[in-house]
Design a protein around this ligand. Structure first.
Ligand code: FE2
Length: 236
């Protein structure tokens, strides 16, 4: 990389950059009316810790979750979850009406977006969590599949997809062959030494149509400098 503010000695930021420590602090997500409890449960199955569950004056629930199991009050690793505000819901309704969603006159861009999303769950805005073991991903995806099959709040609300590591590491390849989640999978990550698991759900509202959100669980092999989250490779 070259250029940019960090290379500009005249910039008032040049001295500050050297001392900056920064992390991704939080994301703010929305559920539709009636879906709050299920949306919150899904985040917990993905591994997040619920630290707040607060009724708001308008009668909706607001939640705070953290990835920091051992430091719940930290200012990063946070997911906030609230009900879709009326103003946003109004825009989505207008977008749906103007694009003719679900009608014979549906704008062709909608089908194109759906096809692109079906090919690649990372096509649109999505949220990824890095997990410390492959077993965590296997167990949590299995639990989500169980909920999808047995719990009415989740039935037909979750879709699953995984990307297996590019072949090349014999031990890792053998581990994935033995995995109920990755055995026989021929979709591959954009890179090596890692795997991805996706759950797409309309329990959350995001994207240009407000129809759903994709969550991603990632695992990378410890000790490998180059992996799916360190360098993107055009593997397909
Ligand atoms: Fe991603």
């Amino acid at each position: 990389m070259s250029g940019g503010l960090t290379m500009d000695r005249e910039s008032p930021l040049s001295g500050l950059d050297a001392t900056l420590e920064q992390s991704i602090g939080h994301v703010n997500l929305h559920y539709r009316a009636g879906d709050g409890v299920a949306a919150a449960k899904l985040l917990e199955v993905l591994g997040l810790i619920k630290t707040e569950e607060m009724p708001l004056p308008n009668g909706t629930m607001f939640f705070r979750f953290t990835t920091n199991r051992h430091d719940l009050d930290r200012g990063d690793g946070i997911v906030y979850l609230g009900q879709l505000p009326d103003a946003l819901a109004g825009v989505y309704a207008a977008v749906h009406a103007r694009l003719g969603l679900g009608t014979a006159d549906e704008h062709p861009s909608v089908a194109a977006l759906r096809a692109a999303q079906a090919r690649d769950p990372e096509h649109n805005f999505h949220t990824g969590f890095l997990m410390n073991t492959l077993e965590q991903i296997e167990a949590r995806m299995a639990e989500l599949k169980r909920l999808e099959q047995t719990n009415p709040a989740f039935q037909e609300r979750l879709q699953f997809l995984v990307n297996r590591a590019m072949p090349g590491n014999a031990a890792f390849d053998a581990r994935l062959d033995a995995s109920p989640l990755y055995r026989g999978i021929t979709r591959y990550t954009f890179g090596r030494n890692g795997v991805q698991a996706f759950v797409a759900t309309d329990l959350f509202v995001s994207g240009p149509l407000g129809e759903g959100l994709v969550f991603e669980l990632d695992y990378v092999l410890p000790g490998e400098r180059q992996h799916i989250l360190s360098r993107t490779e055009l593997t397909r």
